[in-house]
Design a protein around this ligand. Structure first.
Ligand code: NDP
Length: 251
């Protein structure tokens, strides 16, 4: 396990960087967007609800961080045309992309494979994996312009070890880990880096849905797990690629 929970990022860690965060409206994605902005990045907030993204936008502006941007996109219905549009808009507004945090995901249903609904399985794969792949493909040229961009894929403990009743979600995270490793190998001669990050049990709506009986107070908050998110996005991780990280040590 590689974890940087004690990392203390300098205030100017991401000064001048352009960083896109998917699922930036709530939970871990919101905390990461705020944290990257607080450390100097211009953050592109991507998500399906403009009104929820606007709340994050306002919070970033209120702390005096670089002005963010909102890119609305529903990853459940997104097509290659939509990913291309994101890339074109980014190219026009910023000319490059220095960081990409693939964070948006859905849980799907917690049932056995025998009981799984194929339609829900496909929906989970679309949001958690296929959209991640499409967006990465479309944004690769802009990441290459940056020269030393960092791409972080959000994984899960069930993306590294299968577990009963985690069906599509677990499968989507295994696929994400595989994509990360393939990209890291394909770009091993460049300064582009691709790593995966398992947040670990974190106090969010998704965790509540997965474990309704758990006391949320025993869990770390999204803000508390940010050190590894910052380390991976910042220059100290240059040269590290194809690795699986954990944002917190196991309990
Ligand atoms: P939340 O459910 O709290 O947040 C998920 C985010 O993804 C929200 O911003 C949500 O937007 C967005 N999203 C969902 N569907 C779509 C869609 N169709 N299009 C665009 N955006 C969408 O989850 P967490 O913050 O807990 O999870 C963040 C990441 O961490 C996920 O990848 C998850 O798998 C992973 N993870 C979380 C753990 C935990 O304990 N919390 C443990 C292990 C992994 P909206 O606000 O509109 O719903």
């Amino acid at each position: 396990m590689i974890c940087h929970i004690d990392y203390e990022a300098p205030d100017d860690l991401l000064d001048g960087k352009i960083v896109l965060v998917t699922g930036a409206s709530s939970g871990i994605g919101r905390a990461a967007a705020m944290s990257y902005a607080r450390h100097g990045a211009t953050v592109i907030l991507l998500g399906r609800s403009v009104s929820r993204l606007e709340v994050v936008y306002d919070a970033i502006e209120a702390m005096g961080a670089p002005q963010p941007a909102i890119f609305p996109l529903n990853l459940e219905s997104a097509t290659s045309q939509d990913y291309a549009t994101v890339a074109t808009k980014l190219e026009k507004e910023f000319g490059r992309l220095d960081g990409l945090l693939h964070n948006a995901s859905i849980l799907g249903e917690r049932v056995t494979v025998a009981d799984a609904d194929p339609a829900i399985w496909a929906q989970v794969m679309q949001v958690n994996f296929t959209a991640t792949l499409g967006l990465t493909q479309a944004l690769l040229p802009l990441l290459q312009v940056s020269g030393d961009a960092s791409v972080i894929f959000t994984s899960s403990s069930v993306g590294r070890q299968g577990r009963a009743r985690w069906g599509a979600y677990s499968t989507s995270k295994f696929a994400t880990e595989g994509l990360m490793q393939i990209l890291a190998d394909e770009h091993r001669d460049s300064n582009l880096r691709f790593n995966s990050l398992n947040p670990g049990a974190t106090r969010t709506a998704m965790r509540k849905a997965a474990y309704p009986d758990e006391d949320p107070q025993v869990l770390r908050t999204p803000e508390e797990i940010m050190p590894t998110y910052l380390w991976l996005m910042g220059p100290e991780s240059l040269g590290t690629s194809g690795r699986a990280f954990d944002a917190q040590p196991p309990k």
